[in-house]
Every structure is written in C-alpha cells, then in structure tokens.
Design a binder for this molecule. Structure first.
Ligand code: FAD
Length: 532
C-alpha cells in the first residue's frame, strides 16, 4: 500500500461484507482498497477457530447469492457447516473473483477523518500508511471486537488461556488436561461438548444459563442436496422477505388461539426440525407477549430437564429470561454433556470468580486448579468495531462522542455528521437478528446502487439528515418497545460490556419489512439523505 494513495473507496474488513463490497465496487469501475487486520480473508470465520465453531443458520442459506455459478459450484457437506468449511468457502470466493490483490492484510485502520474541503476521508492505518478516499465502508463486523477477559491475576496463570474469538491457528491439544470454560453463550455452548470429549476434566463456569435448540446437524446426502437446491432462487427470495432471513413460514396464529395440545404439537415439530427458530416460529406472539413466551420457555425447560440425569444440575441449566430475547443458541449435544463424569457445572453467579491464580481460578468460596482456561465471553457487539476506530466527521466531531448515549443511525447504514461513511449491518438494521449473509448482501447492493446514483448524477457527497436519523431511531426504538427484547440483559443492549450505554440496537421488524423500507428510501431519491 502506498502512502496517501487517492481512492474512490476504502473498505474496512474482509469478511462476508468486505469481500462482496469489493466485488461490487470493482464492477462499478471504482478504485478500491480493502484493509484487513487479519492475515487472510474470512472475518468471523478466520478468527473463531475454536473446537465446535459452526454456523447456526443452515449452510444452504448462510452463503452468497450474487453469482449463479458460485451458487451452483459450491456443495456444503453438512446441514450446519463447521468453521473450516465456511472459511474455505470465503477463500474460494476470494480466489474465484481475484479479490486478494486489492486487500491489504495484517493492517488495522486506526482513524478516519473527514475533510470537507476535499470531500474525502483521510484513513490512517497502524502501519503508519494513509489513504484518501471519497467514501469509506465499514465492513468491520457486528461480532468482531472481542470482549477481553479483564480478570485480576490472569497474567500470573501458569497454564494456557484462549479466547474463542481469537483462537490460535496451531492445534490446541486438551487431551489429559484440566480445562475451564468461562461463559455459556453461543460459543461456549458450541465448544463445551467438543472440549469435554478431549479434556480429562472440564469445569464449565456459568453465570447465566441459556436456551439452546437442537441443531440436528447431519451430513447432507446427495438426495437431500438435490432437494434443497432444486428451487434455490425461490428459497433465497423467501429468506429475503422473511422475518429472520431463513425460509421458515411466518406463524399464522397466536399462542392464545391455540389449544394446549396444539401448542405442544407445534413446539415439538419445531424442536424436531431444530435450529434457532425451532420455537420462535411457532406463534405470532412469541416475542411480544409474556404469557405466550412463558409457554415456550416452559417447553424448553422441560426439554432440558428431560436430558439431564442430575436434577440439581438441570435446575442450574434452566434459564429464566424470556426465551429469544438473548441470542438463542443451537447445539450438538450440549445438555447431554452434563451427564458425563468428567464435566462439572459451576455456578459463578452465586459463587463469583474473584481472580486467576498461578494454578487456576479462585472463586469466592473455592479454588479450581486447571491447565487451560477458555474464555467464551463474547464481543463488544454491533458497535465495538466501529467505535474502536477514531472516526471524526464534520467539524472534527468524534463518532464516540456522538454515540455516547448509544448508537444513532439512519437505516443502520449512515450516521448524521459523517458524510460518505457507510456501515454494513450497522446498528438500527436487522443485523444480528437475521441470517447475516442475507442482510449483508442487501446492504452491499443498496450502497452500490447509491454510489452509482451519485456518480451518475455528478454528485460525490451523501449525508443522513439529523431529522431522518431522529425519526429512524424513534422508529427502531418503538418497534423494539413492542417486544420483550429490550428487557433482557443481552449483548443486543450492550449489557455485557461495563459502562456501555443501554440501547436496544437491532431493528426487530424483520428482513422483509426492513428491505421494503430502505428500498422505498432509495426509490424516493434517497429521501432523508442530503446529496450534492
Ligand atoms: P466479520 O466477519 O466480523 O469481518 C469483519 C472483519 O473486519 C474482520 O476480519 C476484522 O478483522 C476486520 N476489522 C475490524 N475492524 C478492523 C479495523 N479497524 N481495521 C482492519 N480490519 C478490521 N451469523 C449468521 O447469520 N449465522 C450464523 O450462523 C453465524 N454464526 C456465527 C458464529 C460465530 C462464532 C460468530 C462469532 C458469529 C456468527 N455469525 C453468524 C455472525 C457473523 O459475524 C456474520 O454472519 C458474518 O460473518 C459477518 O461478516 P462481516 O464481514 O460483516 O464481519
């Protein structure tokens, strides 16, 4: 990368978002450079190499749709692909479309400063090089800024420790080891059964139990593959217009309208189908009515109890929050793992973790000696990777100052005062509540069309108006307020990061409705944006 190179667009990040953005912008004839911290492509699937890492949206839907040949030539081996296969897919995409030549790896963007006179962004990187670009696209990911284990004494620990989101590239052998996993969110729930297989003794340190739906993962036979792909385009269209970006029929009635037998039957059907929408797709009021949600919770808790032999352990594993309001997990044998003799569930809500010692983990009332600690403690979600970069907009104002009380955006794509800066799956869009590849493709296509519109009309500046942003923020908040979502202490509201302002960040009304709303904005000449 040459110093102060002048470009049309700088894209930050080379995961699903950045790769597709680069492909589309190049086809527009724009000069583009992608900056990526990792030493190769993949984003989430480059970093999260922990044992058991895999997607929880079916592979057939968790992939790009933009190129027919790409769709036809890739054959997923399992219903839910494991991390190595998803990473191979993204590497294949990078090779197939010859994307790597425009990506600077091992480089982090540290700041971006708007220059009104030049109508351009000055972008600086950690290797001291800088770029000037008319537009910047933050393809930095919703789950890419890892939450650090800031625990007293960690540096004293004599064994090895890992964060699931920064898993090393070398093999990690846990055979014969005493291992602790801290955290029982999505990553913990995926890795715990795998670690239990290898470790001599596994301690699971749990603060909050989570609901998890069975994945019913399996290899995809040729017959099943043929069936799944027979009408793939139509399947994808259904995803795009659906609530969560997956081809599941919208429910047709509320819990109250169903008899107890019918409720059980629908939930049981969902459970047998598996996946994150196993229960949520049952009834219309799942996310809106406490009573309805309680019926689903009871069903899920009963399922947990039916698996666990020791009912004291089962009680510890039964969540009490509204189901679905924290990221619902999917698993392969998670609850069954607690029937193993070499696994112990440790409640760190009642007996908190005090510090790490040379030998292991000191709880208030107990010392646990271990050789390895795995932190499955998640991310500074949705905003973390954006606010990590020192972004200064009009008048030199910092994005972090603007968002001090929580993120504000227009459509989850731009934020007022920061012209020509786009976010992919930013706060205020369906993002983490959806199949993210569907949402990513939609944002990339929207941004591409927008830039085409600007250049086609001799313009090179676009900025969300404060009014439009205020209305959008209110709209997003009103939609969320009609649901149970904001009540949970989830990472959707930033509750996992001390000091993070509590705001419910995603748009809850579904991919289909969101798509119609943002398409309408574009059709009305980018209403709510100031173009010049
Ligand atoms: P990412 O894949 O996060 O890529 C962002 C890239 O930007 C990273 O490579 C990062 O290094 C880079 N970057 C960030 N900041 C900087 C900077 N300042 N300078 C340079 N580079 C930077 N979603 C689903 O829909 N279905 C799933 O099943 C699913 N499973 C998941 C499983 C795990 C374990 C995790 C962590 C997430 C999962 N997700 C899932 C969400 C997943 O993040 C998205 O689906 C998708 O991969 C996001 O792609 P992205 O390109 O937007 O972001």
């Amino acid at each position: 990368m040459e110093p102060t190179r002048k470009l049309d667009v700088v894209v930050v990040g080379a995961g699903f978002s950045g790769l597709y953005m680069l492909h589309r912008l190049r086809a527009l004839g724009m000069s583009v450079q992608v900056i990526e911290r990792a030493h190769d492509v993949g984003g989430t699937w480059y970093w999260n190499r922990y044992p058991g890492a895999r997607c929880d949206i079916e592979s057939i839907d968790y992939c790009y749709s933009f190129d027919d040949e790409l769709v036809q030539e890739w054959r997923w081996s399992e219903r839910y692909a494991a991390q190595p296969e998803i990473l191979s897919y993204l590497e294949h995409v990078a090779d197939r479309f010859d994307l790597r030549k425009q990506i600077s790896f091992n480089t982090s963007v540290v700041s971006a400063t708007w220059d009104e006179a030049q109508r351009a962004w000055h972008v600086t990187c950690d290797n001291a090089e800088s770029l000037i670009a008319t537009y910047v696209v933050m393809a930095t990911g919703n789950l890419s800024s890892v939450k650090q284990p800031e625990i007293l004494g960690l540096e004293e620990f004599a064994g090895e420790w890992f964060h699931t989101g920064r898993w090393p590239h070398r093999p990690v052998d846990m055979t014969g080891k005493r291992v602790a996993v801290v955290g029982t969110g999505s990553s913990g729930i995926q890795t715990i059964p795998q670690v239990a297989e290898d470790a001599d003794q596994l301690y699971v340190l749990q603060r909050t139990p989570n609901y998890s739906m069975p994945a019913h993962n399996r290899p995809l036979s040729d017959d099943e593959w043929r069936e799944l792909t027979a009408d793939w385009r139509e399947r994808r269209r259904v995803c795009e217009l659906s609530e969560s970006g997956v081809p599941v029929d919208a429910p047709d009635k509320s819990t109250a309208q169903a008899t107890p037998e019918e409720r059980r039957q629908r939930f049981e059907q969902g459970w047998q189908r598996g996946g994150i929408s196993a229960l949520s797709s049952g009834f219309t009021d799942f996310f809106t009515s406490e009573e309805a949600n309680k019926v689903a919770q009871d069903f899920a808790r009963e399922k947990i109890r039916s698996v666990i032999r020791n009912q004291d352990v089962a009680t510890m594993l039964c969540p009490s929050h509204h189901i679905g309001t924290k990221r619902t997990c999917t698993d392969i044998g998670y609850f069954e793992t607690y029937n193993r003799d070499n696994v112990e569930l440790v409640d760190v809500r009642s007996n908190p973790l005090v510090k790490i010692t040379t030998a292991g983990i000191q709880l208030r009332d107990r010392q646990i000696d271990v050789d390895t600690i795995i932190f499955a403690i998640g991310f500074d979600a949705i905003t973390g990777a954006l606010t990590e970069v020192e972004i200064r907009g009009v008048g030199g104002h910092l994005l972090t100052d603007k968002w001090v009380h929580g993120p504000r955006t227009y459509l989850g794509i731009q934020t007022a005062g920061f012209p020509n800066l786009f976010m992919i799956t930013g706060p205020g869009s369906p993002s983490v509540l959806s199949n993210m590849v569907v949402s990513i493709e939609q944002h990339v296509d929207w941004i591409t069309d927008c830039l085409k519109h600007l250049s086609g009309n001799g313009m090179n500046r676009i900025e969300a108006s404060v009014d439009a942003e205020d209305q959008w923020a209110q709209h997003v908040a009103d939609l969320a307020a009609n649901t149970l979502y904001p009540e949970a202490n989830s990472w959707y509201v930033g509750a996992n990061i001390p000091g993070k302002p509590r705001t419910f960040m995603p748009y809850v009304a579904g991919c289909g409705r969101y798509r119609r709303e943002v398409e309408d904005v574009a059709a009305r000449g980018y209403a709510g944006f100031m173009l010049s």
